[in-house]
Design a protein around this ligand. Sequence first.
Ligand code: C2E
Ligand code: MG
Ligand code: MG
Ligand code: MG
Length: 280
Amino acid sequence: GDRSGQRSSFRFFSAEMNRAAEERAMLEADLKLALRHNGLALHYQPQVDAAGQKLLGLEALLRWQHASLGAVPPTRFVALAEECGLIDELGLWVLGQACGQLADWRRRGVPIPGIAVNLSASNFQNAELPAHVARLLQQHGLAPRDLTLEMTESVMLAPDPAVLAGIHAIHAQGVHLSMDDFGTGYSSLSYLHRLPISELKLDRSFVQDLAHSETARALTTSVLRIGESLALNVVAEGVETEAQRRFLAERGCPALQGYLFARPLPAADLENWVFELSSR
Ligand code: C2E
Ligand code: MG
Ligand code: MG
Ligand code: MG
């Protein structure tokens, strides 16, 4: 009757939930193994001047090629790392890997101006972060100016004093701080004077809509003016077309990043891209 039908659909639902929980637990275990046994990699995407001719820096982007699932999107496994307590370790791995790679390029004369690393909001809650950053820079013989830390506006969702203190300590060391996905969060403008940031990354969604949205064009122009008047670097994300590049160049956007120039590339491919750019 009704009751047994209910019961069996409940059982079915709970079996589904168990499977989802099991899958997650397995993915967490796999992520931990990947993190500790060289199963993660960084790819590097160039940032160029508005003419697309000069390399200004690189953004390091995390990649995980899972044995049976294939490429797992970083947004997915970064969230997973946060939920299972691996995020500090993951953040440190990314920082160490990026600094080591930059130092290696410098030693071999590959002309890389600097490197940007993404950290999640919880990484900034770690009171040890400023000390870790300082130690890594020293270990790899890098200057603070070589490194940019990208944070998203979610850092300001719960701006507890410890987070703000950490951000100021990192800034005091001379490391650049960058606001990622600028314009997508809440009250983007309110923290501009509260955080010692030196760069805005104009979110890809604005760039994508430039061709067909007057609003996107107006907002993009406004962000560039804010950057100019506050003396902040502005990097436009997700530039895919020549028309987008031209619009941004005409409005004085200092830096561009996107598939029009290069996708995020493994270190060796990035090196080739850099040499091709400089021999053009
Ligand atoms: P993000 O920091 O905003 O990175 C830019 C994303 O846009 C990257 O996606 C990049 O591959 C993609 N992209 C670049 N140019 C273009 C373009 O022209 N068109 C399009 N459609 N996309 C473009 P990805 O690599 O999948 O990373 C997604 C997000 O995952 C990142 O967004 C960042 O929030 C997070 N993430 C990546 N690596 C790390 C990391 O090492 N640590 C942390 N905490 N988060 C990371
Ligand atoms: Mg980023
Ligand atoms: Mg971004
Ligand atoms: Mg983004």
